[in-house]
Design a protein around this ligand. Structure first.
Ligand SMILES: Nc1ncnc2c1ncn2[C@@H]1O[C@H](COP(=O)(O)OP(=O)(O)OP(=O)(O)O)[C@@H](O)[C@H]1O
Ligand SMILES: [Mg+2]
Length: 309
């Protein structure tokens, strides 16, 4: 019977709360990462992303709320050994070589990973020729690459990456993107926290946006970005016409280009109606271009509007 049940989500959390002194770092945060799903955790500095991640992994004790990590309590070593984690700030023993760091972490996870596979893992993060070098002499980006290898080496079912590319060069960032997509294809779930929104937009299925410790928005990329916009190059826009533009949706203006967010559901009629009315108001319409809001613009909009009830 049990074998027929669908596997538990990679992580499930509900009502997580954490205070440090009088400051609330995380306030009533709930979300789920399904098996094989890539979830992006976004938000400004101090929003509570790292604190949330640490509670998910049983590294920080929540003041309230519950976590199930691969179907078990987060403090259970059995579930933790199947999780790969790249912390935000870390230092490996500087006297060990890269290969030794990996061997140590494989032993700690209690998983039998052959040396050949460990070496492949170093190659995957671009450190194949540095396996025998001491970590103390590694550059910042090389240390982060090693951290990634550590997160991936013990065949995890769930990988948590807290800013995996903050120190990486553009090539390294592209490698991480491919890595995440490879994990996803293998059915490994990934929780990715990054300030590089373009990166998140390319690899994540769903996004949770934290602001001041609370979930400000969450949903699939298509839900969050579903809203479309239209760019119009206009002249002769008098206040009446500008009010008509603003009545359609949020309006931005750069020179003679006006960008209007289109209302949900009424997209088909919104643009021709708008153009017809603008012409009626004496506006000269030079160009009308469809556009899609980027995750970055959406994120800024959500953060500026504040937390939604
Ligand atoms: N160990 C701690 N002691 C005291 N305060 C803490 C501690 N850890 C986190 N905080 C506070 O909790 C809040 C959230 O911090 P957190 O590290 O979770 O933010 P973050 O979203 O990861 O930010 P960043 O993008 O800068 O990494 C901050 O106000 C921080 O000062
Ligand atoms: Mg952080």
């Amino acid at each position: 019977m049990l074998a027929e049940l669908p596997p538990s989500p990679a992580v499930w959390c509900s009502g997580l709360r954490k205070r440090y002194g009088r400051r609330t770092a995380v306030d009533d945060v709930s979300f789920t990462v399904g098996r094989g799903e890539v979830l992006g955790l976004l938000g400004p500095n101090g929003a509570g992303k790292t604190s949330t991640i640490k509670m998910l992994l049983g590294l920080v004790r929540p003041d309230a709320g519950e976590v199930l990590l691969l179907g078990r309590p987060a403090r259970d070593p059995q579930s933790r050994s199947r999780v790969g984690y790249l912390p935000e700030l870390f230092r490996y023993q500087p006297w060990l070589t890269a290969a030794e760091v990996l061997r140590l972490h494989v032993r700690l996870a209690g998983v039998a990973v052959p040396v050949g596979e460990q070496r492949e893992c170093l190659a995957l993060v671009g450190l194949a020729d540095r396996a025998g070098d001491r970590v103390g002499g590694f550059s910042k980006g090389m240390q982060q690459r090693l951290g990634l290898a550590v997160a991936l080496v013990a065949r995890p079912e769930f990988v948590v990456l807290d800013e995996p590319t903050s120190a990486l060069d553009p090539l390294g960032r592209a490698d991480v993107r491919d890595l995440v997509l490879t994990l996803k294809a293998r059915g490994v779930a990934v929780l990715l926290n990054s300030h590089l929104i373009g990166e998140v937009e390319r690899v994540c299925d769903r996004v949770v946006i934290l602001d001041k410790g609370r979930v400000a928005a969450s949903g699939s990329l298509s839900e969050l970005l579903g809203r479309r916009e239209v760019r119009l190059r206009l002249d002769g826009v008098r206040p009446e016409a500008e009010a008509r533009l603003a009545a359609t949706g949020r309006l931005r203006r750069t020179g003679d280009w006006f960008t209007v967010e289109l209302p949900d559901g009424e997209e088909a009629a919104a643009v021709p109606d708008l153009v017809a009315e603008l012409v009626g108001l004496g506006v000269r319409v030079h160009a009308v271009e469809p556009g899609r809001i980027s995750l970055e613009e959406r994120l800024l909009g959500i953060l500026r509007d504040g937390v939604r009830p």
